[in-house]
Write a protein that binds this ligand. Structure first.
Ligand SMILES: Cc1cc2nc3c(=O)[nH]c(=O)nc-3n(C[C@H](O)[C@H](O)[C@H](O)COP(=O)(O)OP(=O)(O)OC[C@H]3O[C@@H](n4cnc5c(N)ncnc54)[C@H](O)[C@@H]3O)c2cc1C
Length: 478
């Protein structure tokens, strides 16, 4: 009798799960799945309470789904990753496990952890396999003619598209086991009462429902609606993808099934799935980004500000720029922020306030349900012009123009900055201080002058003598 253990991490589902499938490949094998809570590690990696609660909330449903396959789900707790090798060694020995399966991680700390676990279980005569799961095309496969990783999105995408035909079809649940040597004790999860729970039902079933609904009703208008925060025109699947309640192959399959529908919507959504792969390929190929170093090393010499007062105003959504404040307040209410707002808010922090982008990156990690090192770091470095943005550093988002363009009627602002709800579409994007006073509206004046802030940040970037050479090498590395 072959006994297998499947170690679940950010892959909390039972369908299209390569590690589960591999463990169940032998019809005779008995399989147990394990999920380890690591509170100290979460803290070290800046994972916030909402994200942790969202991940945990998926466990009872997953336990039931696995139980129907005769697979027990064990949930245990260790303080942090350093304790996992010993925990695994103890349990593979106690349960006489032949093989441990998990999905490959690309972050430095996680790779070290997995290597230590493989060594620890090997001492108990247990093998360990890491399978590709998180990307459509695994990191390391999309390379230039010279065999180097791409560092700019457009050429990466061109090459990435040629690999898509090889993406395996999404699979269903693995075949049920005949028996299991364990009964996992029932997982209990305290229900969160926080406001984000109204927007994000947890678990695999909720994720699949959302995917089907998005493909059926929203994909056709996605290319345009995705940029307008009020229209809710994007899939809102990122939290489910981040904790793995759904696989990216299931997304691709649903997209392909949609077939002859609106081509621009489908192409545009595929483009976003490609960005997701791109940032993970970057993280895997350039591990320094895991250490919070700038992708463009020269920009680490920029004299970033570390002003805690200004940073607090930004975090609280009291900058006096309504679209920026609306984005940051959406983050507080939903533990999620629309992509356009993420770009505007990140640009405002890094460019207008010239505050260290790493502070913003950490704030997002701590508050987003979809917190993901690769996508978050990539997004922040893109906005701060320290990373893989093909647009030069002097592109600085104007928050008022962005607001007029992407929230023209001001409806999104009205929803999240209710003190401005009575303002008309003309004045809501940059309210006049005298008018606010006259109407008795308590809303802060703009905390800076955008034109001056823009001049300041451009001067700082120009001052980096080595930047141009670094950027040139980035652009030529296609
Ligand atoms: C500063 C900044 C920080 C970000 N931090 C994160 C993060 O921590 N986690 C995260 O998942 N995304 C992050 N993003 C990317 C993007 O904002 C979100 O993925 C997107 O808003 C999720 O909404 P959606 O699911 O409706 O996306 P859709 O538009 O429906 O896109 C489908 C999926 O593609 C992926 N995706 C879309 N855009 C991007 C992108 N630009 N980069 C990488 N993947 C993308 C997501 O998994 C998303 O669910 C960040 C972007 C910026 C600018």
């Amino acid at each position: 009798m072959r006994r297998c253990l499947v170690w679940l991490r950010h892959d909390l589902r039972h369908r299209d799960h390569p590690a589960l499938q591999a463990a169940c490949a032998d019809p005779e094998s008995e399989v147990v799945a394990v999920y380890l809570r690591t509170p100290r590690q979460w803290e070290l990696h800046d994972l916030g309470a909402a994200r942790i609660a969202f991940e945990q909330a998926a466990l009872p449903g997953l336990q039931a789904d696995l139980a129907a396959l005769n697979i027990a789900l064990v949930v245990a707790e260790v303080a942090d990753d350093t304790q996992i090798p010993a925990w695994m060694a103890r349990h593979v020995a106690a349960w006489s496990i032949h093989h441990l399966y998990a999905h490959r991680a690309h972050e430095i700390d996680e790779q070290r952890r997995d290597a230590a676990v493989a060594a620890a279980v090997a001492e108990q005569a247990c093998g360990m396999s890491l399978l590709d799961d998180v990307c459509l095309v695994p990191p390391g496969r999309v390379l230039t003619r010279e065999g180097r990783p791409y560092t700019v999105f457009t050429p990466f995408k061109k090459a990435w598209l040629t690999h898509l035909a090889g993406v395996p079809a999404a699979r269903g649940a693995p075949p049920p086991r005949q028996r299991c040597w364990l009964d996992g004790s029932a997982v209990t999860v305290p229900a969160s009462q926080d406001s984000w729970t109204r927007f994000w039902p947890a678990g695999e079933a909720a994720a699949l429902t959302r995917l089907e609904r998005f493909i059926a009703t929203d994909l056709s208008g996605y290319a345009v609606a995705r940029d307008h925060p009020e229209s809710d025109g994007s899939s809102r699947l990122s939290p489910y993808l981040a904790v793995g309640n759904i696989s990216v192959r299931q997304c691709l399959q649903a997209l392909r099934r949609h077939g002859s529908g609106d081509a621009s919507g489908a192409a545009s959504w595929l483009n976003e799935l490609c960005w997701r792969d791109f940032y993970r390929h970057i993280l895997a190929a350039f591990p320094r980004v895991c250490r919070h170093q700038a992708f463009l090393g020269a920009t680490d010499a920029l004299p970033w500000r570390h002003d805690t007062g200004d940073f607090a105003r930004w975090c609280e959504g009291r900058t006096g720029f309504p679209i920026v404040d609306a984005g940051l307040r959406q983050l507080r209410e939903q533990a999620w922020m629309h992509n356009r707002l993420r770009m505007i808010c990140a640009s405002f922090l890094a460019k207008d306030l010239f505050i260290d982008w790493r502070w913003g990156e950490r704030h997002f990690m701590r508050h987003l349900l979809d917190a993901d090192l690769a996508a978050n770091n990539g997004g922040w470095q893109w906005c701060a012009s320290t990373g893989n943005d093909a647009v030069p550093y002097f592109r600085v988002f104007n928050p008022v123009l962005q607001s007029r363009r992407f929230d023209p009627q001001g409806d999104f602002i009205r929803r999240y900055v209710p003190e401005l709800a009575t303002l008309d579409a003309r004045s809501i994007h940059a309210p006049d201080a005298a008018m606010l006073r006259a109407r008795g509206i308590d809303y802060p004046p703009p905390m800076l002058d955008h034109a001056q802030a823009r001049t300041r940040v451009i001067a700082h970037f120009r001052g980096l003598r080595t930047l141009n050479a670094a950027q040139m090498s980035l652009f030529s590395a296609t």
